[in-house]
Design a protein around this ligand. Structure first.
Ligand SMILES: [Zn+2]
Ligand SMILES: [Zn+2]
Length: 365
């Protein structure tokens, strides 16, 4: 299999981002990404896809869309569409129709940052998913860097000893200058939801992203870009596995990427503590497979995990840890029950164990 790293949730000035496609591509090259998917709010931007190059390399830039109902009160329920090749924001008012039309157009749909908290200090409402009477979406954005930061900040502000604006502003600035100290992993509610849906027998793929805007945060006299594109492209990414390598042809390489994302042949990697390149979660028995694949469950079936650095590795089935090792690079397991098995890895970084790798499931039947 051939591995490529990408980021699938990015904004430009077509919505509320600060840098144009070519500049975003430049940042992605500097961060060492192989592909990016730009997802502006409620606009599918045509005509910018392709390989972008500079002296340090090249990156494939694709375009998706982040859709929400601008008339919804309160604002919530952001939906990421990939590969639909058409404008979909006209269906935003009806989330099920939006999901169905994305699939009808040959695309894949993910619920963006599904669990969020309000952040009144910078007038950010909870933009999690609120319209749960839906079915048939491709998957969940299980880890969104900006949303994770917002939630950790919201928790810190709620736990402040002195509940006033000044202390809130100080706390916000302190955290904004060192986000790495606070980013620790996906929301527990999102992982629990994922496990619940998988336990019901559904196939739910996962992606993890930056949600990069490169926006300026202003708080009184203080101003800071939180956070530059390149910084975020070195953080939470989605790594995909392909049956054949990129050949430099836009249509060919794009279809490989989209199919891997749709099938969940991928893992979410926090590449800042240590690169997650080289992680593998495979299954073998009568047939062989990787994340996103079905493996026949028989007496000879085994699951194997390999990490590119020592980590705490957990294998999860129906929300329960069924096997684990600490500070190791390998875990092998002989499954006896049907269903989806997924992997979580935790690694020490900046004084504590943090979420590092969250794999898509292998499905045993
Ligand atoms: Zn969003
Ligand atoms: Zn976004």
């Amino acid at each position: 299999m051939y591995e490529y790293a990408g980021n699938l949730h990015i904004h430009t000035p077509y919505s509320d981002g600060s840098k144009w496609h070519a500049e975003v591509a430049e940042a992605a090259i500097e961060a060492g990404l192989d592909f990016i998917i730009v997802t502006d709010h409620n606009i599918w931007v045509d005509g910018v896809e392709g390989y972008y190059e500079n002296g340090n390399g090249r990156v494939l830039l694709l375009v998706g869309e982040e859709i929400h109902n601008v008339r919804r009160q309160p604002q919530a329920s952001h939906f990421l569409a990939y590969g639909a090749e058409r404008e979909l924001s006209c269906y935003a008012a009806d989330p099920q129709r939006l999901i169905d039309e994305t699939h009808n157009a040959g695309g894949y749909g993910f619920l963006a940052h599904p669990h969020e908290r309000d952040l009144p200090i910078v007038n950010e409402p909870n933009l999690g998913w609120h319209d749960w009477d839906i079915d048939g979406f491709t998957g969940l954005e299980i880890w969104n860097y900006m949303s994770c930061f917002k939630n950790r900040l919201a928790d810190a502000l709620n736990n402040m000893r002195f509940q006033n604006y000044l202390w809130g502003a100080i706390t916000t600035l302190r955290m904004a200058y060192r986000p790495e100290k606070y980013i620790d992993g996906p929301e527990k509610e999102t992982l629990a939801l994922w496990d619940k849906l998988l336990a019901e027998g559904k196939r739910i793929a996962a992606v993890g992203n930056s949600d990069a805007h490169g926006i300026r945060m202003k708080l009184g006299p203080f101003e800071r870009v939180i956070y530059p594109y390149e910084f975020l492209f070195r953080a939470v990414n989605t790594h995909i596995l392909l049956p054949e390598p990129f050949n430099g042809d836009l249509a060919h390489d794009k279809s490989l990427i989209l199919s891997a994302i749709g099938k969940g042949r991928a893992w979410v990697g926090y590449d800042m503590p240590h690169p997650t390149k080289g992680f593998r979660f495979t299954g073998q028995g009568v047939n062989k497979g990787v994340m996103g694949d079905n493996i026949q469950l028989d007496a000879g079936a085994t699951l194997q995990i390999r990490t590119p650095a020592k980590a705490d590795i957990r294998l999860i089935h129906q929300g329960q840890v069924v096997a684990q090792v600490e500070n190791d690079t390998h875990l092998t397991y002989i499954p006896i029950e049907e269903g989806a098995y997924r992997v979580e890895c935790y690694i020490p970084y900046m004084g504590k164990k943090r979420g590092w790798i969250f794999s898509n499931p292998i499905y045993l039947y």
